[in-house]
Design a protein around this ligand. Structure first.
Ligand code: SER
Length: 314
């Protein structure tokens, strides 16, 4: 059977790269990019694009009617830092967007749904190091609360209605193609831009703040691998722990200095994102993903840093 794939939130940091990867894996016409904003890059010309607000269930329904998607990726969301500036909007978008998509996927018999969770679903009382798949989860950002609730909804739709929903708890994602979307881990992208442009960067997270991160190429590959895995291998129907590489701003700066020796890192104090970062894990145990669908990251810190710098230089 041929596939028809909707990517909702196609203009964001993940969507931009996911649409391109899916269009390579399938065909351009099989992958429908959808966003509330017009894309200003290759996506626009390469294949179908639709204006869609995931909170507008009528429009969303028309899109399901028009394309009868076999797969849906829902990426439209407010992230951790932006969410704290508008908690009610973050809750509305992250939660009702998901419920709208789950309901329509059921109604239109969509074969598979993908929805991302995050390390933000963990909280101050979750174990910080090698955070396990199952543990205390007490998120204290509205983004994290929406991710944890969303995970429960995904599992609920799987168990009650047999909807094939799959999900990953993304760490901070590092990429150069599209700008990050207002998260707490964004420093790890800004640092590369400023290192090249100014030779210095003022980090909003402290020197010793260690967070789980991953290079976008790994994240996209892992996401598609999860979606391609046979359904009976997917043991986790809430969301999979998923790990790449953990580091602090200091360690990242030292790696950048191997390429830009004069690079200077300073720290800006009293940023609200520090408290968010402090409530998150330092590293993640992703053994369940490795066992169930053979997940294995390909980028370590050195390889990621080299790739980021060489692509941003172009
Ligand atoms: N990168 C995201 C954020 O910082 C975490 O999911 O909000």
């Amino acid at each position: 059977m041929s596939e028809k794939i909707l990517v909702l939130g196609s203009n964001g940091q993940i969507g931009t790269e996911l649409v391109t990867a899916l269009r390579k894996a399938y065909t351009n016409d099989d992958v429908v990019a959808c966003d509330i904003r017009r894309p200003d890059y290759e996506i626009k010309n390469a294949g179908p694009f639709e204006f869609v607000n995931v909170l507008d269930k009528e429009i969303l329904k028309e899109i399901f009617l028009k394309y009868k998607p076999t797969q849906v990726y829902l990426l439209a969301a407010l992230l951790s830092a932006t969410g704290e500036q508008n908690p009610k909007l973050a809750w509305d978008l992250n939660m009702n967007g998901l419920l709208n998509v789950l309901d329509l996927a059921l109604a239109f018999k969509t074969a598979k749904v993908y929805w991302p969770s995050s390390i933000a679903a963990f909280g101050p009382n979750s174990p910080k190091d090698q955070t396990p798949q199952f543990c205390t989860m007490d998120p204290n950002t509205v983004y994290g609360i929406s991710k944890l609730a969303g995970e429960r909804w995904c599992e609920y739709y799987y168990q009650k209605y047999n909807l094939d929903v799959r999900s990953i708890r993304y760490p901070g994602l590092i990429s150069w193609k599209a700008a990050p979307g207002g998260g707490t881990t964004d420093y790890a992208i800004h640092i590369f831009h400023d290192a090249l442009k100014k030779g210095s960067y003022a980090s909003f997270l402290s020197a010793e703040t260690e967070l789980p991160m991953m290079y976008m190429e790994d994240a996209i590959r892992g996401t598609i691998e999860l979606m391609d895995a046979p359904a009976d291998q997917i043991q986790i129907r809430s969301s999979y722990n998923f790990a790449g590489v953990s580091f602090t701003p200091d360690v990242l700066a030292a790696e950048i200095r191997k390429h830009i020796p004069q690079f200077k890192l300073t720290y800006s104090e009293h940023d609200p994102r520090q408290a968010i970062a402090d409530s998150w894990p330092r590293s993640i145990d992703d053994s369940q993903a490795r066992t169930d669908w053979n997940w294995k990251p390909g980028f370590d810190l050195a390889k990621m840093t080299e790739d980021m710098l060489s692509n941003l230089k172009k």
